[in-house]
Design a protein around this ligand. Sequence first.
Ligand code: C5P
Length: 470
Amino acid sequence: MADDGHPRGRLAGRLIGLGVTGSIAAYKAVDLVRRLQDQGADVVVLLTPSAARFVGPLTFAAISRHPVEGDVLALLPDGRIGHIVIADSVDALVVAPATAHWLGAMANGLSGDSVTAACLATTAPVVVAPAMDGDMYAHPATQANVRRLRDDFGYALVEPESGPLASGQQGIGRLAESGRIVDAVVAALAGRPIREPRSERRPPTVAPVRDPDLAGRRIVITGGGTREPIDTVRFIGNRSSGKMAVALAEAALDRGAAVTLVAANTTVSLPDGATIRQVETTGQLRAAVLEALTGPGDEAGPDALIMAAAVADFTPTRPSAGKLTRGERVILELSPTPDILAEAARIARGLDAAGEPTRQALRPVPVLVGFAAEAGSLDRAPGKLVRKQVDLIVGNDITAPGSGFGTDTNRVVIFDASGGQEALPLLAKREVADRILDRVARLLGERDATDVDGDAATRQTVGPTHEGQP
Ligand code: C5P
């Protein structure tokens, strides 16, 4: 990496796919990733199932910063086919070490693993560095396969070296030194432009590991979808899975926070480390949030409240005590539910329903985050931020591909109280969660900085904090 943060080197800006197959030399592929990165390359690793028995995917994911492509049948979180994304975006594919078995599979086009599949699917140059026992390499079958890859497919072969082998024998079969393989990749790319500079067309990246920057913080998160009873068996509900809230809870726990998760009808398993409050209706969710905000006794309230739950806006006015029977004509009257987030914001700042100071503000004043799930335009989201008097609104278009209920990914825009908008690309919900928590951590830092003598929390009770909003 050069001083200006931009990679320099003979592979600067290149994306290299490194296919690792099941030889004892697989451990040398870890060094090869580093040597390719030293030359400025971004490296994504593909593993065959037997290679994964020699070196685990975690090692390669950690050093490459990309999820490892190990299962030819698995899809990426955003629904794309991983080995095809790699095949279509890499500048070159390198197979190192290449086993006798893999050479045979490749020579015959048998795409049973992601390395072979990517090689079949790519138009990029392929560099192959075999490694195996000397007699295996010398066998006419192996030599025929090597010739086919080199002469018929046009692959660049980096011949194995002579020396002591894992079998205990001496012979030709040791994986070529990393430097020779890097040289072969550079030579294969000579004169070619960078194939796919757009990051959204390249394989996804692994989220960077965050510091425990929320240690000592208490965070209340709501998630899932509320159910409003029509009678004793039926309800009005919504399609929220709770995935976004669980991602937020897991991310906050990993960053050291104590987390209370108010879970309304979720379809995913809830994190072990969080205090769970199971609720069903909007009324129960409201009670749980208000209790978590003010808490029993003199305990300080939470540092942040993140309302990711899909809360009903209407509830049947008079739910039936029994089960409504077939044949009756039913007209349901719905009443609006209280806006829990707006109420929480008023309580936090010690305001009454008219916005007048009425009691002590909470100490600390929690950072308040709401969600705005919209179908189509996010134009209404900034208005919600002002109306509800919250610090951040996370807007997402639930009709956009890969976004919304039940998906593993989300594309959101974070609106803040000073009118700023941060549009994030399509990301895994866990990464969205971390980006939201980055903002929460920053706001908490700012709050602490202005609260040195304990005055800031009180100061915030006397007026709206969102002047300047449209
Ligand atoms: O106004 P809208 O329902 O779009 O606002 C969404 C945000 O407000 C979400 O954060 C949701 O959890 C919260 N909400 C609430 N009480 C309601 C409805 C929504 O706190 N009755």
